[in-house]
Design a protein around this ligand. Sequence first.
Ligand code: ADP
Ligand code: MG
Length: 723
Amino acid sequence: MDLRQLKGIGPKRADALRELDIHSVEQLLHYYPRAYLDRSCITKIKDLPKHFAAGKEVTVIASVFRTEVRRTKKRTKIFFLTIKDETGFVTCVFYAGVEWYANAFEQGEVLAVSAVPELDRLNRIQFIHPEFDRLSHGEDDDETDWSKLLHTGSIIPKYSSSEELRLVGLDNRGFRRLLKQAVTAVSTAVCEHLPAAVIQKYHLPGIHAALRQIHFPKSYAERDGALRRLKFDELFFFELLMAYRRREVKSGWKGISFSPKSELARLLVQTLPFELTAAQKRVIGEITADMQASSPMNRLLQGDVGSGKTIVALFAMLVAVANGYQSALMAPTEILAEQHYRSLEKLLASSPLTLRLLIGGQKKRLRDDVLEDVRGGQANIVIGTHALLEERVLFNKLGLVVVDEQHRFGVAQRSRLREKGNEKHPDVLVMTATPIPRTLSLTLYGDLDVSVIDELPKDRKSIRTAVRGDEDKGKVYAFLREEIGRGRQAYVVYPLIEESEKLDLKAAEGEYVRLQNQIFPELKVGLLHGRLPSDEKDAVMRRFSQKEIDILVATTVIEVGIDVPNATVMVIENAERFGLSQLHQLRGRVGRGGDQSYCILLTNKRLQQKKTILAADRAQAQEEIVTSQQRLQTMVQTSDGFAIAEADLRLRGPGEYFGTRQSGLPEFRIADLVLDAEIVSIARDSAFGIVETDPHLRLPEHAEVHRRFEVIYKHLLSLVRTG
Ligand code: ADP
Ligand code: MG
């Protein structure tokens, strides 16, 4: 159904909606409210002091009484908006966007204003950067009697808008009017696509009811039912895609049946200076069983930092080599690839195998030589970065692909390396130090089998973690000196955040100079960051691991995988700027030997607070402080990677956690992979069930599923046709 069939949509609005990717009434109906005006939080102005104590958000319905722009002594502008209801007045303060606000309100206009009440210097209640909703514009209004609406018990939807949309009248109220119309046309605009059996089995509302109720619910229970159905849909089609991916690997592809015997692997285990943990042995068993099978292995190996994944991967690589195949190991950074190369060379020193390293920064002669060895088959094991994915890299006989720290690579990169195989599909083992909850791993890696190393080597001591303020820096330095006096080494890590990378880099460099010249002139301080040419990085790392450097000042390039067991102290500057998983990874750089290790999280709370006051979205900035403190406390409380990953997911949500674009995870609009675990699992069951019974979606009851799946995943259609 065309948008133009709705009253009030002319070319301008149609254009504006197109920008939101809304081209039809159906798509408009999927423009869900961002929130609802919650009547239980509505209060009178005179009662605000009561709510101040509770510190929770409240809403007042009031009209615009006065607006005013004032200049401060520093000549910045502040906008004041005073609103009133029949019980009193309250002032709203805006520090940012003053120009816009100054012309945004009309005298007498009725607003719903929501914020956490705060006090001004004279102890009067004020709202700072409140959220506001226009309820009426005085005259021209067809939803006039708001007080009546509010009291008849309807729940009022709120829609997001933007300046461009507002210009064509599509503010909150404009959307509300449009959706009112769209909802009455829902049964002509939208087709039910789920099979009746699925709807019945999971007690879902039909699509028409769900769309009506998400916009104009009669109760919150009704809204929740609608939300459940719409989330189900979103997840269902994604799981359908996963079902096809898995089917393709399991039944469509021919893999290599390796013989699991490898003399080299046996010797390796015998000569290790330690005993493999029970978990490592079990996982090696799972992997070799997979390698024996005739369908290609597609396995995820999860194991916390330091759990010993590398040796497991090496074991698998040796099995492939013993069968006359090549193995490839791909790491996310050059430093890590080089380190893997060095440590595998050491482990295989007495074997006749040839290892080659392929990374971006190599000289042409060397690189050509490596490529030649890879193509000719002289190289048994090839280690590299994503340089391995380049077209000119041709393998002679690739049998096994290992991808380290998988979360740094996307699904696409993973499969590109797999495609380097020849007549048969190579086995794929992806490793990650970011353990994730089971429902989530099923969804994210739905096409993979999962192995978990859930045990750390016995000799590991737990790392003592503490949060310290900048005022404690003197003590922290003294502690560093003490540890280094006992023959240990330390890291000092600085954050690098993209938007201000240059400034941050300068800060790290400046700190390096300061630490070396002023704080620790008697010690050897080194600097490592991503911008260094790769041979310099390599040199610094080597000097650190050979103990020629005592303190390594670094950016997060050391986050993954670096292994220097003698380093026992990790100091993280501006720790509040790091995500939990990142902190956990960084902390995992110490505690790798037998000595007690320490992690010190430095954070400057006062500076953080000062920034908040200047932030455009103050409430968000405030929340960011709270969650950053929660992150640091989580680090102090636990070193369990699973617990940390779950906390991180809770605090950040999966989209940001996995970096949506990279992970191949779609941007879910309403579903949440963590909070909606129950819906994820029923959506998964029904999608997998359908693909099992009707893989080509030929049954009449699946016709609409088929049509919609094609619309959503256009580019992946071949899966259904050939799958
Ligand atoms: P990660 O799982 O983080 O990649 P690594 O494979 O780098 O961990 O292993 C961390 C360190 O633990 C390495 O120095 C490795 O040699 C050592 N290691 C691996 N397995 C064991 C074990 N079973 N017992 C003792 N040390 C081990
Ligand atoms: Mg590792």
